[in-house]
Design a protein around this ligand. Structure first.
Ligand SMILES: [Zn+2]
Length: 423
């Protein structure tokens, strides 16, 4: 066996072992705290709600471990098991060699991965989310979502695959640099097109009608010197009762989107404080920082791919006897995550720091206590466990653990939203 194949297997196993170990810690910690509501949340959550959140967290961990095992088996079957090579032979028998056969091979790889992932999506939606009362997706919505997602994936994935393959064939040894620049342009295009073209395929967006709330939001935007084009309400309740709010778009074209489920569960002051938090991610330049780090990481990825695609052992070690551009892309997508998971905790820690900064901003321009109330309601509605295992949380969580976050928000307080909003 080639040393690279051994390193790949060892990395896959290490990832699996880490996921399993952390999940076990999380389950043990959550179960140990199942019957006691943590300090600071008494009166805000009932014993039943606290126990439900614990059961939900544990059920998701158990499914997650099973899914990790399954995903590892799929990656092994596609690489060492010869799946990518077989799809390559199949594609060459149907399409002319070069870009057409390569694109078909990559689309076939995507299709196989999507099909193999389907049982988990179905189980998660119709069994797990259903059992805890979150699912509102009916079979018809589920099937049309899948079909639209597949069509979109085929069009966007096919276009990207064909473009990158064409660049690989034409742009010489520095093809990876050209491909990276093209990738950046594509990312910007999708960011622009998402709210306009793609998101409306899946959900309805209507302008926020509540005038009092709209005035409160406008006052907050003016206070923070922030420009957003429009405020929309999205019919998130069509699929799930989980609530959320987000910003989308670029430059002056930014939009604020509230899930209808969020508007139903929070009061106006709480909604304002949630919005102030989301706004902070723009004002404190978290979004451009994340984009820049993403661009730097994709540059490193393309440079590595440029080098690996020239190495014969990269193919032979991973179950592809015949080197080829499409095989290089497919192997890279499937094999490299076996190594890169190791930086996930660093990114999670960075994200948690941003969350704390955004909370501080919200306390300054809106109200820390209202945001704490809003978060407690959201934790309750989403059955988020209030007692995660510290190590699990440090490794996986993009947001700070609830107890620490709420305590900090309450101590920050704030000027109170009424100070700046005329009655
Ligand atoms: Zn945030």
């Amino acid at each position: 066996m080639h040393p690279f194949a051994l390193a790949f297997l060892a990395a896959l196993l290490a990832h699996l072992a880490t996921q399993w170990w952390l999940a076990r810690r999380q389950i043990a910690h959550v179960e140990a705290h199942r019957s006691a509501i943590p300090a600071g949340f008494e009166g805000a959550v009932t014993h039943d709600e606290h126990a439900k959140a614990a059961d939900y967290a544990c059920a998701r961990q158990r499914l997650g471990v099973l899914e990790a095992l399954y995903d590892t088996a799929v990656v092994l079957a596609m690489t060492l098991g010869g799946g990518i090579a077989k799809l390559g032979t199949w594609a060459s028998s149907l399409a002319p060699p070069g870009v057409p056969a390569g694109t078909l091979q990559l689309l076939a790889v995507f299709a196989v991965l999507a099909l193999l992932g389907l049982p988990f999506t179905i189980y998660q939606t119709f069994v797990l989310e259903q059992r805890f009362g979150f699912n509102r997706t009916g079979p018809a919505t589920f099937i049309t979502d899948q079909l639209k997602g597949w069509a979109l994936g085929a069009v966007l994935g096919g276009a990207v695959a064909a473009t990158v393959l064409w660049i690989m064939a034409r742009a010489g040894t520095a093809w990876w640099l050209v491909a990276w620049l093209t990738w950046l342009a594509f990312t910007l295009l999708v960011t622009w097109a998402w709210p306009r073209v793609i998101a409306p395929l899946f959900n309805k967006f209507s302008p926020l009608e509540d005038q009092a709330l709209r005035q409160r939001i406008d006052a907050l935007l003016a206070r923070c010197d922030f420009h957003a084009k429009a405020v929309y309400v999205m019919d998130g309740s069509k699929r799930s009762s989980h609530g959320n709010a987000y910003f989308t778009g670029l430059g002056r074209e930014k939009r604020i989107v509230f899930f209808d489920t969020l508007l139903k569960s929070l009061g106006p002051v709480q909604i304002e404080s949630v919005l102030a938090h989301e706004l902070a991610h723009f004002k404190l330049r978290h979004i451009p920082q994340r984009l820049a780090v993403g661009a730097a990481m994709s540059l490193a990825g393309f440079a590595l791919l440029g080098w690996l695609s020239q190495q014969g052992w990269f193919y032979s070690a991973l179950g592809v006897p015949q080197p080829g551009n499409a095989a290089a892309l497919a192997l890279f997508m499937l094999a490299i995550p076996a190594f890169t998971w190791i930086i996930a905790p660093v990114l999670a820690a960075w994200s948690r720091r941003h969350e704390y900064e955004a909370d501080e901003f919200a306390a300054r321009f809106s109200d820390g206590r209202s945001l704490a109330e809003a978060l407690v309601t959201l934790y309750k509605d989403n059955a988020t466990t209030l007692t995660p295992d510290p190590l699990y949380s440090a490794f996986h969580d993009s947001h700070p653990p609830p107890a620490a976050r709420i305590a900090r928000l309450r101590s920050l307080g704030g000027p109170g939203p009424s100070a700046a909003v005329s009655p």
